[in-house]
Design a protein around this ligand. Sequence first.
Ligand SMILES: [Zn+2]
Length: 282
Amino acid sequence: MMNDSGKQCPICNSLGGKHFSLEYYSKNGAINTSVYYCRNCGIYWREFPDAAIVDNHFQIAGYTDLKQEDSWKEKRFKFFTQIVGLLGKYDPGPEVHSKVLLDFGCSYGHFMDMANNAGYKCIGIETVDYLREKLAGKYETYKTLDSVKDNSADVITSIDSLYYVREPYEAMKQFSRILNTDGILLFRITNRVNYIKTKELFRKKISPQEFGDCMISFNDKSIRMLAQRTGFKIEKTIYREEKPPRKELLLKIGYGLFPYICEITGLKLTPGLMYVLRKVES
Ligand SMILES: [Zn+2]
């Protein structure tokens, strides 16, 4: 640990110490950001850069680049098909037509296209202006959750987006406000805390690619805390993700073998975790 000046953990409010620095890229180059670790809930989090820098970052990220749109569509097709299948399983009621789905961080809108084909009326939240403008006319889209009415969605999906927000509690409370009674929230997060901790233990440097461009590196404990404090019940944790075949051995093991080990042991080892949550109170 470099020093222990202490910052308040965005999940449990305990004091966390600074563990390392990481570069964060935007249009104007890289800046150094501090990453903290909370011993109580076990998350790593990055000190949030200026909003303008984060905005700039999203404009140059690979997953918002229009030139890479087709490749992303292909890469995520199986995974999105799996998620649409999960909605069919957990979303209450037999009549999917007339149901509203809000996709938080919808990017190109590929998931909304698939949910729309399955019968959902979709609302997209996207912070990048040119992506939102591209989707306007096709879907109702907003820059922030504030613009969405109370009790107006049956399902909210947040696929690899919750870890980008500055205030995860606020986002979860907004999800709860927007969802109808019994509505479901399905989200996916990365699960890299154990990997980062192991590297720290062996005094290895953690690269920006390994940490990812997230603000919060969640773990299962922190998700349980978030859910409980914002009026959600966890219905299901999903380990198995339908992804394109991985070439690297470690990833093959992570996505191929770990899901089975997790199911048997309850250990959360997979590189990503998906959760199905149900709103239990407003
Ligand atoms: Zn904490």
